[in-house]
Design a protein around this ligand. Sequence first.
Ligand code: PBG
Length: 324
Amino acid sequence: MELHFDRHRRLRNHSVLRGMVRETRVLASDFMYPLFVTHDDGRHPILSMPGVDHLSLQELRRETNVLSELGVPSMMIFGIPAVKDDVSSEAYAENGIVQQAIQVVKSENPHMLVATDVCLCQYNPAGHCGLVHGDQILNDESLVLLAQTALSHVQAGADLVAPSDMMDGRVAAIRAKLDEAGYVQTPIMSYAVKYASAFYGPFREAAHSAPAFGDRRTYQMDPANVREAIREARSDVTEGADILMVKPAMAYMDVIRAVKDSFDLPLAAYNVSGEYAMVKAAALQGWIDERAVVMEMMTGFKRAGAEIIISYFAKDVARYLRDM
Ligand code: PBG
């Protein structure tokens, strides 16, 4: 009997040919490395994120050089302020932790692409991403402070601002504020599609930003929704976003693909703290091959449609690629 079938394995026998027909590649230049900067001295491990530390400004200087040497071209700065108040003053203080951090990085390596997270949750005692009144998270009143925060980052030298607060209209407010100050060339990467996710747990420990009451479900998205993701992204495109982001990444691959297919803006995927912690925990137990799992995840994000990957694994990936 004559069988007719395809020989898919023909292209898999030689490693060179496997490389030639590979559809997706992960490069160090795809990555943005998130880091946590504090006013304290030295470097202090974040327990739920093995390999990630709280950095002093001096340690940030060192870290900038480590990233440069590894070929990781970009970072996303998160600040941990010394004091919090109801109007999140340290978020937009001229000498705030993020504003200082930007200057440190830029003085060490002016070529590093410096992105900043624009949000209020680390900066007010309620631990919410906007202004709080009673048990309400105010929308329009928050826009003023968010825009002011973004402008202060850009004035300090940030190359790109990334609002993560999920207030409606923040991209419009930030764009208007930057334009008015003459920063028409500074791009906005909006956390357009940000879910109310349990995967942010380790980050909130690291950033001391867990909500003091309630949760973030009145502003972050319901993990069950994908059509709503399109609406969110469309608003940000209309308001002037230059890059869209989906966050978290691993459990939201379909959302990355849906946003990619619906809009022609560049897309970032945020491989968040809980995703990092899970992989690290299993790897430390010897239960998975960390390197192989990490590269498979990163390949998955790119295959799903992300051009940019924001990941705590950025340095590891750059090392794997270098030592290949
Ligand atoms: C601030 C912010 C958060 C993250 C990024 N920006 C936390 C949150 O929304 O609760 C999470 C990042 C991570 O988990 O790695 N709003």
